[in-house]
Design a protein around this ligand. Structure first.
Ligand SMILES: C[S@@+](CC[C@H](N)C(=O)[O-])C[C@H]1O[C@@H](n2cnc3c(N)ncnc32)[C@H](O)[C@@H]1O
Length: 267
């Protein structure tokens, strides 16, 4: 998947580091209360689930992800922190039959853009929420508003294709368009979709080598490189290295990004 594959590509960086400025914004918007039960959709290795559980001291949090290695790691991290009110489950959130009306709040940090049938998936999540329960999710805005995506695709495109065309498959920008996403949520039984702009950069590591290794680990990057002849791939990698170097600051490599925090309610 393009940006957001939580598997560790070996650079030493991880998704929590990349999104260090985004997590706080989502947590604030979610407004978890002490007695609440929280469902974290596509929780990855569970940083947002653990944060919710810490606040929901008299309630708890369940993190769900389709990736078994991510869930294994999430459990390890929660155990290491000694959190007793957080659990994790490896499941497809689109079809998993959650206990009905069990949760006050469903959250997600970039974990809801990959459903094959988003209306069915959000209807399923809605059934797990109690009446007037809320959904608060962070998703990417359109690709052209995300410097990280434009930079990668411009570097990987050649003279014929100034912006490399993303490979088919899961689309991290599938919920970027507010009217389309509002329609999906409405069809799934949610009301009151509100879109808050989150304009914060993503962090790709302390130096250019780390940033390049991290970005090469994105499934889309490696897929686009794989399609090129060896010489063209070497040129593309050189352009990508130069582009990342242009974003090196005293605090490491940062690229601009735009996300939405979408809040909707079950009637
Ligand atoms: C971009 S990552 C975000 C992970 C995590 N929320 C975070 O911020 O670290 C997207 C996650 O969604 C998960 N995912 C994709 N489709 C899913 C589905 N149908 N059900 C559950 N998880 C899913 C992926 O396995 C991946 O961990």
């Amino acid at each position: 998947m393009r940006n957001g594959d939580p598997s560790e590509p070996g650079s030493g960086l991880d998704y929590d580091a990349e999104l260090r400025l985004h997590s706080e914004a989502l947590h604030r918007a979610a407004g978890v209360r002490a007695h609440e039960h929280v469902l974290d959709i596509g929780c990855g290795t569970g940083q947002t689930t653990r944060a919710a559980a810490r606040t929901a001291q008299a309630g708890g949090a369940l993190g769900v992800d389709i990736s078994a290695p991510a869930i294994e790691r999430a459990r390890e991290l929660a155990r290491a922190e000694g959190l007793g009110n957080v659990t994790f489950e490896c499941a497809d959130a689109q079809v998993r039959r959650f206990p009905r009306e069990r949760f006050d709040l469903a959250i997600s940090r970039f974990g809801t853009m990959f459903f094959t049938d988003p209306v069915a998936a959000f209807a399923n999540i809605g059934r797990a929420l109690r009446p007037s329960g809320r959904l608060v999710m962070m998703v990417w805005q359109a690709a052209e508003h995300n410097e990280w995506d434009v930079t990668i695709r411009r570097s990987l495109g050649g003279p014929q294709a100034p912006l490399a065309v993303p490979p088919p498959g899961p689309d991290p920008f599938s919920l970027a368009d507010p009217p389309t996403t509002e329609g999906i949520l409405k069809a799934a039984g949610f009301g009151g979709g509100a879109f808050a702009d989150v304009h914060k950069p993503v962090y790709y590591g302390p130096d250019v080598a780390t940033a390049l290794e991290w970005v090469r680990g994105f499934t889309a990057t490696s897929e686009l490189l794989r399609r090129l002849e060896p010489a063209a791939a070497a040129d593309a990698l050189g352009r990508l290295r130069d582009a990342l170097a242009a974003h090196l600051t005293d605090d490491g490599v940062w690229l601009d990004s735009r996300a939405w925090i979408i809040t909707a309610h079950r009637p």
